[in-house]
Design a binder for this molecule. Structure first.
Ligand SMILES: [Fe+2]
Length: 147
């Protein structure tokens, strides 16, 4: 049950991450940022979700997956998991670098182009990460724990 609750929580967080990006989309159009206060509020919410989510995945989910694959002698899976794990750590780093760089109105209004470019980059990386997890890794995790 604890595994089921854990994975359900991760899935809910994925939906929340997606929603936050949807809210941000109309605020960054034509290379300009409108309503920076609102953008910062949504970014704050996104950051809170991601701190929790990426920590749970990087520290619990991925190590658990790797351990299971080793235990079950799924030798073909272990190297691909290692690649994922490294890749996901880079995504986490990129995301948190972005948050610390653009954490106030002046930082955003002083560099709107960089902000928009950075946001598109983290959105694309996160969307790719979420898709990989939901389409493959979460399935394997559920099979490991008979969910
Ligand atoms: Fe995730």
């Amino acid at each position: 049950m604890k595994y089921e609750k854990f994975i359900n929580g991760l899935e809910k967080e994925h939906a929340m991450i997606e929603q936050a990006f949807k809210k941000l989309e109309p605020k960054i159009k034509n290379g300009n940022v409108s309503d920076i206060a609102y953008v910062l509020e949504i970014l704050g919410q996104l950051k809170t979700i991601l701190i929790n989510h990426l920590k749970d995945e990087d520290n619990l989910f991925y190590p658990d997956m790797r351990q299971k694959a080793v235990e079950l002698k799924q030798d073909a899976l272990v190297p691909s998991l290692d690649v994922y794990i490294e890749d996901m750590k880079n995504v986490s780093k990129k995301v948190f670098d972005f948050f610390s760089r653009y954490d106030n109105e002046n930082a955003i209004s002083g560099d709107e182009k960089g902000f928009i470019k950075g946001m598109i980059e983290i959105r694309d990386s996160l969307v790719k990460r979420v898709m990989t997890e939901e389409k493959t890794l979460y399935y394997i995790y559920k099979a490991y724990h008979r969910i």
